[in-house]
Design a binder for this molecule. Structure first.
Ligand code: TRP
Length: 347
């Protein structure tokens, strides 16, 4: 039974399912985010009541030494969203720290979350290893609990994410089931919606594209920077001369052609590039030039929209303020139901 939908006052949004997803504002968003999730969010915004969270507190669980970087990127990530075509008339964009109800829910959920389940969370383990953490802060270990609070605060039904986030959605589902079984049907159990595109590899070919590794192409990069970055991309290491036969399956540039360039447009040209590369008929430099052109074509509308919103910082602030107001209203209802289920006094 979907308690949240039943109890919600009748209004325009009651018939549409809700989705919630978000990003940590540790840097500007890159083309990996675009193929991995932003593109599908734009498609989903017409079908679902969409909530998009800029998870600044979660960003501070790893970047607590640079609060000014996180602060700056709250605004930049919001510009990235608007730039790719998320429409503030259709989506609710908000900032995690501006919704204290989420912090309250985090505390309540922590009562029924085992420390072991967090310590064995594969994504936490991978992130901790990548960052070389020898001991974990309470906040970092517990961020999946606050993510459960993010998701359930508005009663989201679906959570569009990359597969690295699946352990967190599983934890959210566990918390919801446990809470509802113990205290009554209060929370909505969400489902993950995993994108079809794998995490995009970085320019250095040494793992996925990531802000912290600096191996990505940002959505806001200028055309000349995109060209320079593509030039620096790792290709087939066995290919020393332009006429050597290439191996597109190991080439970063080919992967980008597939997901961001000709392949993404369903064009025959992808197969042509592949054949020419294997035959040694096209060199890496020419292939990169083609990719640069495709990327700059893809990014042109986003650059234009970004420029429009950059010139209107007041508007961006209003978008966030409206989003925060809406989410706080929803989250306050959830907190109130959770508190009464827990028999906590409310004045
Ligand atoms: N953990 C997510 C990431 O690093 C960001 C995030 C925060 C999120 N809260 C969320 C994703 C809620 C989905 C739902 O990308």
């Amino acid at each position: 039974m979907d308690v949240r939908t039943e109890n919600r006052p009748t209004g325009m949004e009651t018939h549409r399912k809700r989705i919630l997803t978000g990003d940590r504002p540790t840097g500007r968003l890159h083309v990996g985010h675009y193929v991995g999730s932003l593109r599908s969010r734009v498609a989903l915004q017409d079908k679902y009541d969409s909530f998009i969270e800029i998870a600044d507190i979660q960003a501070l669980t790893t970047d607590f030494e640079q609060p000014e970087v996180v602060a700056e990127n709250v605004h930049q990530v919001c510009l990235d969203y608007l730039a790719v075509g998320l429409d503030p008339e259709k989506v609710t964009i908000f900032v995690q720290s501006a919704v204290p109800e989420i912090a309250e829910l985090t505390v309540f959920y922590s009562l029924i979350t085992s420390v072991n389940s967090l310590r064995h969370n594969p994504t936490i383990k991978t992130e901790a290893a990548e960052r070389g953490y020898t001991s974990l802060s309470y906040g970092f270990l517990g961020y999946p609990v606050s993510q459960a609070a993010d998701i359930t605060s508005v009663g989201a039904h679906l959570v569009p994410v990359g597969d690295d986030q699946l352990p967190h959605i599983e934890l959210t589902r566990d918390i919801v089931r446990r809470f509802n079984a113990l205290y009554g049907p209060v929370l909505v159990e969400p489902q993950a919606l995993v994108g079809e595109c794998p995490r995009l590899v970085g320019l250095d070919g040494g793992g996925k594209m990531s802000k912290s590794k600096g191996n990505g192409i940002s959505l806001s990069d200028a055309p000349e920077l995109v060209r320079a970055k593509v030039k620096s991309a790792v290709t087939d290491p066995q290919r020393l001369h332009a006429h050597d036969p290439g191996h597109p399956e190991v080439c970063v540039v080919h992967t980008y052609h597939r997901y961001l360039g000709e392949g993404a447009r369903g064009s025959e040209a992808l197969a042509d590039f592949e054949r020419s590369c294997r035959a040694g008929a096209i060199g890496c430099a020419a292939c990169k030039e083609n990719l640069t052109r495709s990327l700059n074509t893809l990014l042109a509308p986003a650059r234009e929209r970004r420029r429009y919103y950059e010139e209107r910082p007041g508007f961006v602030k209003e978008v966030l303020a409206a989003g925060i107001t809406r989410v706080r209203g929803e989250a306050a209802l959830t907190v109130s139901r959770v508190k009464s289920a827990l028999r906590l006094v409310q004045f």
